[in-house]
Design a protein around this ligand. Structure first.
Ligand code: AMP
Ligand code: GLY
Length: 417
């Protein structure tokens, strides 16, 4: 099979790496790809601009399947366009992708289908929002309705912070439209879990749970990032927690997808908060997580392509997913200064012995050399029988990877909470 993979981050490198392992796969074109997919087995980067160009490429090059990595193309309707052209594509239709594309849409969906989530209100007017915040309990959470590159959520400790946030989002229009409508929601205290799953709209199969580490510094302090590392499985997702998740979040979501008549053959990622009062759903993502994917696919024994094909055929109920025993720790190596300003263009050295354990995110090939091009540069993974063993492997592997200004957290997977 020939595959077109859309995206160019660490997640896409991991997806490409995993798909390339399938004996059915002959070639993977990645658009735009990165320095990791450029060097990956069976892969070739290609720069396609619009969805129309991608569809033309798929037709002209006998592409059997297109896989979409990031949320943006999904929320902008790439799946709908490909389907109109009779091209096979893995991902939810645009209407369903709004589960990630609009916070108010997803909260209303959760409410309608009795999915356990934080109490919330939606506002279109900054004065009304500020009035509401005068009588609220703190901390409180303010969310831009639309996509804001992971920066659209503010946890406010007091009225002043909340008022400033409303002004930034709604009046100064920081997110260029995405914050014109906002969701204000109850603050939940607990431990987070990322649970990715695959669905065909009738069946849903959860993957191994994962735990992201969002803040830049050890101990979970400092500004939020795209994710500085992941441990999978998530040690806080016990059998009891998982049952709660299944009964009160996952199955009602599947029911909602069916009732709404969504054409959903793709990935659903549940962002969950495990609290003293049980599991709450924070958000849906309609794609795999980054850097969750690098850990979760590293532990997947099954052929990922076969799962995707079963989903597209509506036969996911026949699928069995098998996982490696043990755990995977993924540590992100970032450019010094990230998530603020940072320099780019430094040479990345990776010893051949750890090549299989490295997923490139912000790295490109320039003059035949792999150099840094982004804030999160790459992920180094380690697999072991226990979380501790996986951690040790990942950190040992990091010694074989180097670039100027490399920064990483030392506590990924440490259980401290
Ligand atoms: P979201 O994009 O909705 O997942 O929010 C991004 C991050 O904000 C989450 O991963 C949480 O760390 C935090 N967050 C979102 N909603 C809440 C909430 N209701 N209570 C506490 N933290 C939250
Ligand atoms: N790592 C969180 C996300 O992909 O949204």
């Amino acid at each position: 099979m020939k595959i077109l993979l859309v995206g160019g981050g660490g997640r896409e490198h991991a997806i490409a790496w995993k798909l390339a392992k399938s004996s059915k796969v002959e070639k993977i074109y990645v658009t735009p790809g990165n320095g990791g997919t450029a060097l990956e087995n069976k892969c070739e980067n290609i720069n396609l601009g619009t969805f129309e160009e991608m569809a033309e490429f798929a037709k002209g090059n006998n592409i059997d399947l297109t896989v979409v990595g990031p949320e943006e193309p999904l929320t902008k309707g790439i799946v709908d366009l490909f389907k109109k052209e009779n091209l096979k594509i893995f991902g939810p239709e645009q209407r369903a992708a709004m589960l990630e594309g609009s916070k108010s849409f997803s909260k209303d969906f959760m409410k309608k289908y009795n999915i356990k989530t934080a109490a919330y209100e939606v506002f279109y007017d900054s004065n009304e929002a500020i009035e509401y915040l005068k009588n609220s309990e703190y901390p409180i959470v303010i969310k831009a309705d639309g996509l804001a590159a992971g920066k659209g959520v503010a946890i406010c400790e007091n009225f002043k912070e909340a008022e400033d946030t409303i002004k930034e989002f709604m009046v100064q229009d920081k997110f260029k439209g995405a914050g014109q409508k906002i969701v204000i929601e109850e603050f939940l205290k607990g431990v987070e879990a990322s649970i990715l799953s695959i669905t065909d709209g009738k069946t849903i199969i959860p993957f191994l749970s994962a735990k992201d580490h969002k803040q830049i510094f050890d101990g979970g302090v400092g500004p939020n990032t795209g994710g500085m590392g992941v441990i999978a499985p998530n040690p806080y997702v016990t059998e009891e927690v998982f049952k709660d998740f299944e009964d009160n979040i996952m199955m009602p979501t599947l029911l909602g997808i069916r009732e709404e008549g969504f054409d959903y053959k793709g990935i659903i990622f549940f962002g969950v908060m495990i609290t003293e009062k049980g599991c709450y759903l924070l958000e849906y993502n309609v794609r795999m997580g980054d850097p969750e994917t690098q850990s979760v696919l590293s532990l997947m024994d099954s052929d990922f392509l076969e799962l995707i094909e079963l989903s597209l055929e509506g036969k996911l109920s026949e699928a069995k997913v098998s996982w490696k025993k043990g755990a995977c720790c993924n540590v992100v190596l970032a450019s010094k200064g990230y998530p603020g300003d940072f320099e780019k263009g430094f040479k990345i050295d990776i010893e051949p012995s750890v090549k299989e354990n490295v997923f490139i995110a912000g790295g490109v090939i320039k003059n035949d050399t792999l150099v840094t091009s982004g804030g999160r540069v790459l992920s180094v993974v380690g697999i072991g029988d226990t979380i501790e063993a996986a951690r040790e492997k990942a950190y040992a592997n990091i010694a074989s990877v180097d670039f100027d200004g490399k920064y990483f957290r030392k506590d990924i997977g440490l259980i401290t909470e």
